[in-house]
Design a protein around this ligand. Structure first.
Ligand code: NAG
Ligand code: NAG
Ligand code: NAG
Ligand code: NAG
Length: 453
């Protein structure tokens, strides 16, 4: 049961990158491509460097704000950027087996094929093939992990890194990913349509495949009668040229279109962090300046870290969690909830700090307090198909979460004021100021509304 759930979640992430089809559709005048019905809302923030991990976390990952990093790739911080032309790839990695999709317009019902890199290279310019493949170990020495992800906890939450290679003109479906994402363009140009996750209702109102987290809208000719929500949804336009990286926050909807010509990108997914480990960055800085380093020096996170990330989303805005708050949000019988709380509260101060929430062994908690965790996560059946449990959740048995009598927890106190977040902000404030000057602030109105769980 437990592992099936994990596999289901994994499936969901993996599914978003594997299938495409060969479809050619003539553009009709009345049905325009996605994003062409209304002008873009505005432009996103732009910087000319990889931000410091603390800055990256506080200003972009935590609030869920995309960031375009212009011209950040160099031979020194991303050797593949300088090295990966066709000849080099053939000579060094030609025998690698890679996954290739047939069709540049994404169709998630289509299967993919196994090619050697050699074979792909010899025909990709004259075909509809699109390589979408996890970076193989042998190639991971050329791919560097941006300095922004090297401490604070990011480095412990790395998911897949994938290369995307074609002769251009690829078109993805409009979809979202369950993990945060930095996409770096090594060659060619890409155009993105990005829609804030807060417009979930508009995007998912019609024709949305919840199990695959994508819209069935035809991105080349949007039928606004069938997808009226998309007409109203504000969107951002991002044009990437080679050397740029783009941060796409998890749950933001995006559609990617590659322009004609050789097109090669590498992206890093990392599970969303709800807390930034400052001491980890202090440790990292004490060892010298933070520089991008080869991907093969890092370990991919366990799939269970995705489950942790989903679980911790219920505590999103809290600085620490009292037992009362904990029992309110975990939806399991009170006795199990109390047991779990006591187990997590390692320092026995009757509240949970983020340090504690990132310290426990996810595997153990999944096994031991299964009922407290499983009710919080989207449910998948054993084929990886999403089962919508929203209604059941809303009608959850009141008995189980009744907090009127909690006398059997000794010394139960609300903490309220624990401040574990941004403790050492002062130390970094110089960096933030310097950074703010570099950031091109745009006048898009901020909205405080939060996405539904
Ligand atoms: C996607 O591929 C499937 C299977 O090959 C096919 O039946 C379907 O028509 C395709 N969808 C579109 C929109 O072309
Ligand atoms: C992106 O490029 C298109 C042309 O392909 C142009 O019309 C549009 O203004 C550009 N947008 C931005 C934000 O640079
Ligand atoms: C494919 O085309 C690109 C130009 O878009 C070129 O740089 C590359 O060398 C070509 N590759 C092969 C194997 O023909
Ligand atoms: C935070 O970072 C410190 C220093 O690297 C490390 O010892 C500690 O285990 C980290 N905490 C968590 C919960 O990962």
């Amino acid at each position: 049961m437990t592992m099936e759930m994990v596999r289901g979640l994994k499936f969901c992430l993996h599914f978003s990158i594997v299938n495409m089809a060969l479809v050619t559709i003539a553009l009709s005048d009345s049905l325009r491509p996605l994003g062409r019905h209304t002008p873009p809302t505005g432009t996103l923030r732009v910087t000319g460097e990889f931000p410091d991990p603390f800055v990256f976390y506080s200003f972009f990952v935590k609030p869920g704000e995309p960031l375009l990093m212009k011209n950040v790739l160099k031979a020194e911080n991303f050797p593949a950027y300088a090295k990966w032309n066709d000849e080099y790839m053939r000579e060094k990695y030609g025998e690698e087996e890679v996954q290739v999709e047939h069709g540049k317009k994404e169709n998630r019902s289509e299967k993919y094929y196994e090619f050697t890199l050699n074979r792909f290279l010899s025909i990709y310019n004259k075909s509809n093939l699109y390589m979408v493949h996890d970076i193989p170990k042998q190639m991971a020495g050329d791919v560097y992990l941006p300095s922004s992800l090297q401490c604070g906890g990011f480095e412990k939450n790395l998911d897949f890194s994938v290369m995307w290679f074609s002769s251009g003109e690829t078109k993805s479906v409009l979809h979202y990913d369950g993990a945060d994402n930095i996409n770096c363009l090594l060659d060619g140009r890409k155009e993105f349509v990005l829609i804030d996750k807060k417009h979930k209702d508009l995007v998912e109102r019609d024709g949305f495949e919840k199990d695959g987290t994508f819209s069935t809208v035809d991105v080349e000719k949007v039928d606004l009668d069938k997808f009226p929500g998309l007409k109203e949804a504000p969107w951002y336009e991002v044009n990437m040229t080679k050397g740029d990286c783009l941060f796409i926050p998890f749950k933001w909807y995006h559609h990617v279109h590659s322009l004609p010509g050789r097109n090669l990108a590498v992206n890093h997914w990392f599970f969303h962090l709800w807390w930034f480990n400052n001491s980890d960055c202090e440790r990292a800085y004490s060892e010298g300046p933070l520089e991008s380093r080869p991907l093969n020096q890092f370990t991919k996170a366990s799939e269970l870290e995705l489950v942790r990330s989903q679980f911790l989303s219920i505590f999103e805005d809290k600085s620490s969690i009292s037992a009362v708050e904990f029992l309110e949000v975990v939806r399991c019988p009170r006795a199990s909830g109390i047991k779990m709380f006591k187990f997590l509260d390692v320092n026995k101060d009757h509240k949970l700090e983020w340090e504690e929430l990132y310290r426990f062994k996810m595997e153990y908690v999944m096994e031991t307090f299964h009922d407290c965790i499983s009710a919080l996560l989207p449910t998948y059946d054993n084929k990886g198909q999403y089962v919508d449990t929203k209604d059941e959740d809303d009608n959850i048995d009141k008995e189980d979460v009744d907090l009127s009598n909690i006398a059997n927890i000794q010394d139960l106190k609300d903490s309220g004021d624990a401040n574990v977040v941004l403790e050492s902000a002062d130390k970094y404030s110089m960096k933030i100021e310097k950074y703010s000057e570099a950031v091109v602030e745009e006048d898009d109105p901020k909205d405080d509304s939060h996405d539904e769980l």
